[in-house]
Design a protein. Structure first.
Length: 424
């Protein structure tokens, strides 16, 4: 049993003073009069908020195939450090989870090494090559959804047939929307910084053009479409119209897109990710989108690389930054504190909506699977390399001051992370 005392517990609408008792992996009681049972592990949440465990539906854990970048053990420890109790890793792995046998290799590693729930994606196409469809029926029972993340499916007819097949399973297709022919060798946003510093840019149309296509295919097939890492204002507007029409379309963005734009770029690989940091007007559109419900989820797109891969400047560094340990404090610091969104909206974006969309258990009500996190939002820290449990250290937030320190994370009724003050 676990007893969390003296916290301010989220009740779905506000934080109220109270305690939480966890018994046999389930929230057994919540309230000011709840007392510990015999032999309880006690976590003192004085001054901190007790929240439903966070869910990140877009991470890269790199195993199997790329364990020098990250491992499932390190990645899930990092996730717990960030307050997450469920993560959904993308399938750009070796082998890619495109058959039940290949998926099983990943599931075996998850079973052995993960300290929180890990629900992987299977691929949309074999080897993520955008050609041959996988067996959706065989893979669906054991995955969060289907994605070829890292590459967009270029052939519209292949994507139509994929959506038809995935629609029959009732699962989500999580689309990386990118038109390869519009990339033209770019590696940062095609904006003022690129022009002034002689860099090749990635135009926004490379994203929104495929968002537009995939929404049309969702309309035609009825497939549940989730658009990954939205970065462009045109994409936000396309999703807004799709929702107004009642189409089964959802989307996500990342904390770094809410905090930075291309005016913040430096000649450093820690500012390089795909899609890139876009213009100030794109950032403003994303903030409006998370506020008005157009954007459903905040996902970190946690993409760790080795130091050598990220130390080659903007042009030659690998795409992707570490993010899962900073996602919550970054959203709180850059979106909640300035008043762009409410505290309740942050919980919806980072816990409730991801659970609904991807059919993930957990919560903070009696009877729910015990997935919760304890966060002190009155404490701040300066982002530095030595704070990360992830193997990836590259982040545009380096040196920034963020509010919100995770004190403890409980996943499936077990303590997945606890800070030094709580260790006994």
């Amino acid at each position: 049993m676990i007893f969390i005392k003296n916290g301010r517990v989220w009740n779905g609408a506000e934080l109220v003073e109270g305690n939480v008792l966890v018994t046999d992996g389930v929230i057994s009681a919540v309230g000011a009069d709840v007392t510990p049972g015999l032999g309880c592990r006690v976590i003192d949440a004085a001054g901190a908020a007790v929240l439903p465990g966070l869910v990140d539906v877009h991470v890269h854990l790199r195993e199997p195939g790329y364990s020098y970048k990250e491992t499932i053990a390190d990645g899930t420890r990092a996730a717990a450090h960030g307050g997450f109790t469920t993560v959904c890793p993308m399938p750009n792995l070796n082998p890619a989870p495109d058959t039940p046998e290949h998926l099983q290799e990943q599931l075996d590693l998850i079973e052995r090494d993960a300290c929180i729930e890990v629900k992987p994606y299977a691929t949309i196409t074999r080897l993520r090559m955008g050609n041959e469809l996988v067996d959706y029926d065989a893979l669906a029972p054991r995955v969060a959804g289907f994605s070829d993340d890292g590459t967009g499916v270029q052939d519209g007819e292949v994507m139509r047939r994929a959506m038809e097949g995935i629609a029959k399973t009732g699962m989500v297709l999580a689309a990386h929307c990118e038109v390869d022919s519009l990339l033209r060798g770019g590696y940062i946003h095609d904006g003022e910084y690129a022009r002034e510093h002689g860099h090749r840019g990635i135009c926004s149309e490379s994203e929104w053009r495929e968002v537009e296509r995939d929404i049309e295919l969702s309309r035609a097939t009825g497939c549940r479409l989730h658009i990954c890492h939205v970065s462009a204002k045109e994409s936000v507007e396309l999703v807004r119209r799709a929702k107004q029409e009642g189409l089964p379309v959802t989307c996500e963005t990342g904390a770094h897109y809410l905090a930075f734009c291309d005016a913040d770029l430096q000649e450093d690989g820690r500012f390089k990710m795909n899609p890139p940091l876009r213009s100030a007007s794109d950032r403003e559109a994303l903030l409006r989108g998370v506020a008005d419900g157009t954007i459903d989820c905040i996902a970190s797109d946690h993409a760790p690389h080795s130091d050598s891969e990220k130390s080659r400047g903007l042009e030659k560094s690998a795409m992707g930054v570490t993010g899962i340990e900073l996602s919550l404090p970054a959203v709180y610091t850059y979106a909640v504190k300035p008043g762009h969104i409410s505290f309740a909206r942050m919980i919806e974006l980072m816990a409730d909506a991801p659970r609904r969309i991807f059919n993930i258990e957990g919560g903070l009500r009696p009877g729910d699977r015990a997935d919760l996190t304890v966060v002190d939002f009155d404490s701040k820290f300066t982002v530095g390399r030595d704070m990360f449990l992830s193997r990836g250290k590259a982040t545009p937030f380096e040196g920034k001051e963020l509010w919100g320190v995770v004190r403890a994370t409980v996943a499936d009724g077990k303590i997945a992370y606890v800070d030094n003050a709580q260790k006994q």
